[in-house]
Design a protein around this ligand. Structure first.
Ligand SMILES: Cc1ncc(C[n+]2csc(CCOP(=O)(O)OP(=O)(O)O)c2C)c(N)n1
Ligand SMILES: [Mg+2]
Length: 324
């Protein structure tokens, strides 16, 4: 039989129940918001394209919970989760995807251009690698002015073979900038397995030593691990210890963009992003994941087509056909 008291002591260590619940809530919020974006896309209510990060929630939640107010974050075209995790309301993000006036950019930017300076969200960048040098600039400003904020820059594994990645890391290391580079390694860059086009097994981690940085490769699907790693990196950066490069191993359930799907083969080896949180919070006897989910649903705003769930198509639309 499960000894709840023992489990509580073992689990609620440095993280504690309140933070663990925050991590869990954030992941549920991200998962459900992205699922909603997917549904709206299938209803043809999202214009243009939409890059989802279903399955990668633990990275966004773990870092955002570890950040302080005033910290800055930069992300790619796959930026819904990173924007929501910083506290931007879901109706603003989905409104933007639907080109509504209530959207974050009043409907003028769309999925790939989410930004909210008020929340420290410094933009989503569609050009691979373009935002890494810009993140260095933000961190340089903090260093120059003696501000204590830290900048976080999220990017994919494919970005590690782009020149700007290496230039930014070198620059950040030379100047000891308060910037954290976070590589979300989901195994693929568009349709290409990253291992087929990269000289080293860990696309970010194995490059760290070239810039005098520690190799950090973590389970990016475990929010506890992400949160602890992020906290350490933020403490180091705030103390003037310079940049960190963190590779988070994760897996995206959907294709490069809605509504494409991915092969299910590698999926089995990847845990659901929220299962670690759910099992820990139940084992520790803290508020159950079910009640967290229920209260989250209760507080979820409804707007427009929010409650409409269309029937799933039997097969996803094929957007790519390889020539033999
Ligand atoms: C400089 C540049 N080259 C090519 C592209 C086209 N492109 C869009 S997404 C993508 C794949 C990026 O893969 P990764 O960095 O692993 O991020 P993920 O999509 O897996 O999150 C590419 C090549 C681009 N946006 N910018
Ligand atoms: Mg990738």
């Amino acid at each position: 039989m499960l000894d709840k008291a023992a489990a509580k002591n073992a689990v609620n260590d440095d993280i504690g129940e309140a933070t663990r619940l925050e991590l869990y809530r954030s992941q549920v919020n991200l998962r459900e918001s992205e699922q909603r974006a997917y549904d709206l896309f299938l209803q043809n209510l999202v214009k243009g394209t939409s890059h989802l990060s279903l399955g990668q929630e633990a990275v966004a939640a773990g870092f955002a919970v570890a950040m302080k107010k005033g910290d800055l974050s930069f992300c790619t075209y796959r930026g819904h989760a990173h924007t929501l995790a910083r506290g931007v309301p879901v109706e603003k993000v989905l409104g933007e995807l639907m080109q509504r006036d209530n959207g974050l950019m009043r409907g003028k930017g769309g999925s790939m251009h989410l930004m909210s300076t008020e929340h420290g969200v410094m933009g989503s960048y569609a050009i691979i690698g373009a935002h890494l040098p810009i993140a260095c600039g933000a961190a340089w400003r903090a260093q120059y002015k003696g501000d204590k904020d830290v900048t976080t820059c999220f990017f994919g594994d494919g970005t590690t073979n782009i020149g700007a990645f290496h230039e930014a890391l070198n620059f950040a290391a030379v100047w000891k900038l308060p910037v954290i580079f976070v590589c979300e390694n989901n195994l693929y860059m568009e349709y290409t397995p990253i291992a087929d086009v990269t000289a080293v097994p860990s696309p970010a981690g194995d490059r760290a030593s070239a810039y005098g940085l520690e190799k950090i490769v973590i389970d990016g699907n475990d929010a506890d691990v992400v949160y602890r790693t992020a906290q350490k990196a933020y403490e180091k950066a705030r103390a003037g210890g310079g940049p960190s490069l963190i590779e988070c191993l994760t897996y995206r359930y959907s294709g490069i963009r809605a509504p494409t799907r991915r092969s299910t083969a590698p999926r089995a080896s990847w845990r659901n992003g929220k299962s670690a949180i759910r099992s820990r919070s139940i084992a520790s006897g803290s508020s159950s994941s079910a009640s967290a989910t229920t209260s989250l649903r209760r507080s979820t705003p409804t707007f427009g087509a929010w409650s409409i769930r269309p029937p799933r198509p039997a097969r996803p639309r094929r957007t790519h056909r390889w020539k033999s």
